[in-house]
Write a protein that binds this ligand. Structure first.
Ligand code: MN
Length: 346
């Protein structure tokens, strides 16, 4: 890709930041790009902007070159611009520094004159980059990089393993968000002997022993709304506090609802989690059934404070407000979006 080549030819040093939240595409796209740029003689640093829990290290640690990733807040390193800044697999500023530990004093990207963002998410008004490579049709940022930047000859077994992990992760093991191109690429990676079994094991058979407790919490707190064809998981702060969940358990509980139950029950086309993480601070996430959900979820949720990021059938954001009121507004919106569009008068 010419634009990319001319951009990197100008810089000897390159800083790559892989977006939060942690997944195989974020780390994988970073690792593949790092190894490729290093093969061109560049000095590359790859940062994932938060520290990892022991569990996450177990899940992701098998990735080739994992030890080359710098884990921890990106704010210090971002204060010293040196060469090109590349932002991967994210749309908003908070994804590129440790906003979870400390949301105040976000980094100032503008002090980096050249900033490239590569992403497959829907566009968002926040403009972080000076150059953008974006393809919302692509399954993953890794797919964009392997198709448009990396020459096929560069793919060896290690790169194939990283790439396959990213594709399988972002498509739910090829259940959604994939195209013929994705499968062609997967075929190349399998032919290069990607370590499929380890990847599938880490992605789908790696639950904690207390997973069953988390499933019970979810099941005890869901509400099926047949009129809206939507399932809600609504948990107020006072209740969430009594459960005393670790950050990992919280994430696993939320994803159990969204990814394992979500999209799956006949007659219910959307799954909405409204979790009051701190008093008045609500973590909203939703999934839509890929066949039956016709509501553009990122678009609809912008009306309750969403940032427009995500995919048609998947999103998450945080908003300040009263839990009951937010839920009532979400229900009203879904009801409105489900009404047949008025026919224009002829
Ligand atoms: Mn991704």
């Amino acid at each position: 890709m010419k634009a990319f080549d001319s951009l990197i030819s100008k810089s000897n040093a390159i800083l790559i930041i892989a977006s939060r939240p942690l997944d195989f595409d974020s780390l994988g796209s970073g690792l593949i790009l790092k190894k490729y740029l290093e093969s061109l003689g560049k000095k590359v640093k790859l940062v994932y902007p938060e520290t990892l829990t022991g569990y996450s290290r177990e899940v992701y640690g098998f990735l080739p070159f994992f030890k080359e990733i710098i884990f921890g807040d990106s704010r210090e390193i971002l204060k010293h611009p040196d060469g090109l800044l590349i932002l991967l697999d994210g749309t908003s500023l908070v994804q590129f520094y440790d906003a979870f530990q400390d949301p105040s004093n976000p980094p100032d990207f503008k002090i980096w004159p050249e900033r490239l963002r590569i992403d497959h998410h829907l566009q968002k008004p926040e403009k972080l980059e000076t150059r953008l490579i974006r393809d919302p049709q692509a399954s993953s940022t890794t797919e964009i990089i392997l198709h448009r930047i990396i020459p096929p000859g560069f793919i060896n077994q290690q790169i194939a393993t990283i790439g396959y992990a990213a594709l399988a992760g972002d498509t739910g093991n090829f259940c959604w968000n994939f195209t013929a191109s994705t499968l062609k690429l997967a075929s190349v990676l399998v032919a290069k002997d990607a370590d499929k079994l380890t990847i599938i094991n880490r992605l789908f058979y790696f639950k904690s022993a207390n997973y069953f407790k988390l499933v019970k919490l979810v099941i005890d707190n869901v509400e099926f709304d047949p009129k809206l064809k939507t399932v809600f998981l609504t948990i107020p702060y006072r209740k969430l506090k009594t459960w005393n969940l670790s950050e990992e358990d919280y994430r696993e509980m939320r994803l159990t609802f969204l990814e394992e139950l979500g999209r799956k029950v006949r007659g219910f086309d959307r799954y909405v989690a409204l979790l009051e993480k701190d008093p008045g601070h609500i973590h909203v996430s939703a999934r839509g059934n890929n066949l039956n959900n016709k509501i553009n979820l990122p678009k609809m949720f912008m009306e309750v404070g969403g940032n427009g990021g995500g995919h048609f059938n998947a999103l998450g954001f945080e908003v300040e407000g009263n839990l009951g009121e937010v839920k009532a507004r979400v229900k009203k919106l879904i009801g409105e979006y489900l009404l047949p569009k008025p026919q224009s008068l002829r």
